[in-house]
Design a protein around this ligand. Structure first.
Ligand code: NAP
Length: 339
């Protein structure tokens, strides 16, 4: 099968489209004919090998898993084992650890869900990381209640566009922060208020929020706390900044642990996890019309390097998608069944 291969850590120019072995599904796995995959922040980090701390799990000198791709949509090609909830031909979507920028990927059944019936494969691939992160941040970590004031810094990106819609669906009064050209987009997603960060600083305008989801990481902890109510919660969600070794996420997580006992506000970094139940919950929100994925650009598979380079600009609107194949409905997988 064809795959986008990342043999060495570096920039998108090092990615190569070439033939690799097709993965076969183990018991409790499904082999998916991938039709679309999304570019996610984790793909950039795994491609580049920074912050260096990620290499402890991905390979110190070179990537252990050379095929990137954390989020996919496609059709089941083969199932591992004889007792599966899925059948060949089912339209599915999933967040997977790696291997999505390829014609076939194997996914554990507990990460896989039937795709929302009202989405294209490109739209569906946009959902698993950004949508799941926003859902888990607001429903599980923030426990957002109707009427609470929620601010999303970085409201126009891959997490932010889902966050605005999910916070609204939970009944919050939502403020989104983005640049001038994205004000209309964020408003159209349902934000009650939009702050253009080129015109106004949300940390000094006197407004306070019950919950801030920070997807950008460009403000200090004390600046963000100034925009929180006395018992408010900050979810620092960005991995940007803070040098090549630790990355912003870990630095802010350590800061949060150190500062939390001394302040009334709650500082709650978290790592999202790929779970079938959360995709099922998102399917409900999407099919009801409460949430719609936003796609900025779509690239063919042979332009994956351009897709990653565009993502690396730091100003995408929603998601960047790589189209991997054409939907031919039910087909027989290349996999050899369970192993
Ligand atoms: N906790 C977890 O498990 C988890 C899971 C997924 C992602 N993340 C992290 O979440 C972060 C965001 O991911 P993403 O997919 O949303 O990234 P993204 O798609 O690259 O979005 C970044 C957004 O940041 C905005 N931005 C840039 N500069 C800004 C500024 N000065 N003020 C306000 N907004 C600004 C951009 O909007 P404009 O173009 O309008 O400037 C852009 O829309 C990443 O750092 C990622 O590592 C964490």
């Amino acid at each position: 099968m064809k795959a986008i291969v990342n043999d060495a850590y570096g920039l998108p120019g090092g990615l190569e489209l070439r033939d690799v072995d097709t993965p076969a599904p183990r018991v409790n796995e499904v082999q998916v004919r991938v039709l679309a995959a999304a570019v996610n922040p984790g793909d950039w980090d795994l491609m580049h090998g920074t912050p260096y701390i990620v290499r402890l799990s991905t390979g110190l000198r070179r990537p252990r898993n050379t095929v990137l791709g954390l989020a996919i949509a496609g059709r089941v090609a083969a199932v591992g084992g004889s007792d599966s909830a899925f059948s060949p031909g089912d339209a599915v979507y999933a967040g997977i650890g790696h291997g999505g920028f390829a014609e076939y990927a194997c996914v554990s059944v507990d990460r896989l869900a039937p795709m929302p019936s009202n989405l294209t494969f490109e739209q569906a691939a946009a959902v698993p990381i950004g949508g799941v992160t926003a859902l888990q941040a607001f429903r599980d970590v923030g426990r957002v209640q109707p009427g609470q004031r929620v601010l999303i810094n970085g409201a126009s990106g891959g997490v932010g566009t889902f966050a605005v819609q999910i916070a609204k669906a939970l009944g919050a009064a939502v403020t989104g922060v983005c640049s001038t050209s994205n004000v209309g987009l964020v408003r159209s997603l349902g934000a009650d208020q939009v702050i253009d960060y080129t015109q106004e600083d949300f940390t000094t305008n006197g407004q306070q929020y019950d919950l801030i989801l920070d997807n950008v990481g460009n403000r200090s902890l004390s600046e963000l706390r100034r925009a929180l109510t006395r018992r408010g919660m900050l979810i620092p969600n960005s991995n940007k900044g803070s040098g090549r070794w630790l990355g912003g996420y870990l630095r802010r997580a350590v800061q949060a642990v150190v500062v939390s006992p001394f302040v009334p506000q709650r500082l709650r970094p978290f790592a999202s996890t790929d779970k079938r139940e959360d995709l099922v919950a998102l399917t409900g929100l999407i099919e009801s019309g409460a949430v719609t994925p936003v796609i900025d650009r779509t690239y063919p598979m042979n332009e994956a390097a351009e897709a990653l380079a565009y993502y690396g600009s730091g100003h995408v609107r929603g998601k960047v998608i790589i189209t991997i194949g054409q939907d031919e409905g039910h087909e027989h997988g290349e996999g050899s069944g369970a192993r």
